[in-house]
Ligand binder design. Structure first.
Ligand code: C5P
Length: 227
């Protein structure tokens, strides 16, 4: 069967990666979490004190971009690919609220975007790919055979993310998570380079009241008609 590219874009914490992983598994496709790549660059910037509370030395980060190598390696036990920065597994380090607080400013930098988009396009060149992010259907794969735009209310999304972070043992308040989700959406939607917008030919799914199975069925059905 012909393989396609499935682009899933949308606001923060809309459950894109949960669904994308399941679709990839079902279709035997590769899944790429592009948010993890922006988070990896942000983790590098934090580790090197290029960004922090009240400062962002963006030119220093840009100068060091060629020292950043990001890879994914499939973890058989977990059943998904984990992200590595310069050979180190940083899958759990990038999921903290601290990285979430600084990732959107880092993702506004055109130099960062250019580097990551180039790598994403290479990863998807043979198709058979589910990729989620903010600019996949608009910039990375404008010719993707299937484009989904996921939405849900900010409260629904913050509740989901809060629950997920608590389960991972993070100690934080619901208000902090809601504030982070809405701030990131604002920065991501208003930046100059590749803002988060729905591609004209994307199909919008509001999943506020949909189960994971319902979303999966809908997207798999759409995929079978896009081949
Ligand atoms: O998907 P996730 O929430 O992990 O993404 C983290 C951040 O990375 C987003 O809020 C956004 O600033 C940035 N991002 C992006 N373009 C993508 C994927 C993520 O700008 N394709």
């Amino acid at each position: 069967m012909n393989k396609i590219v499935i682009a899933i874009d949308g606001f923060s914490s809309t459950g894109k990666s949960t669904i994308a992983k399941k679709i990839a598994k079902q279709l035997n496709y590769i899944y790429v979490d592009t948010g993890a790549m922006y988070r990896a660059v942000t983790y590098f910037a934090l580790e090197n004190n290029f960004i922090g509370d009240g400062f962002f030395y963006s030119e220093k980060l840009i100068e060091q971009l060629d020292k950043i190598s990001i890879n994914f390696k499939f973890n058989d036990i977990k059943g998904f690919a984990e992200v590595y920065l310069n050979g180190k597994n940083i899958e759990s380090d990038i999921r903290t609220l601290r990285v979430s607080q600084f990732v959107s400013p880092v993702a506004t930098l055109s130099e960062v975007r250019r580097k990551l988009v180039e790598q994403q396009q290479l990863m998807g060149k043979d198709k058979g790919m589910v990729m989620d992010g903010r600019d996949i259907g608009t910039v990375v794969f404008p010719d993707a055979e299937l484009k989904i735009f996921m939405t849900a209310s900010a409260e629904t999304r913050a509740k989901r993310r809060y629950k997920e972070l608590l389960e991972r043992g993070h100690n934080l308040s619901y208000e902090d998570v809601l504030e982070n989700v809405t701030t990131r959406d604002r920065i991501d939607s208003t930046r100059e380079d590749s803002p988060l917008v729905k591609a004209e030919d994307a199909i919008e799914i509001d999943n506020s009241d949909l189960t994971i199975e319902e979303q999966l069925d809908t997207i798999l059905d759409l995929a079978s008609h896009s081949i």
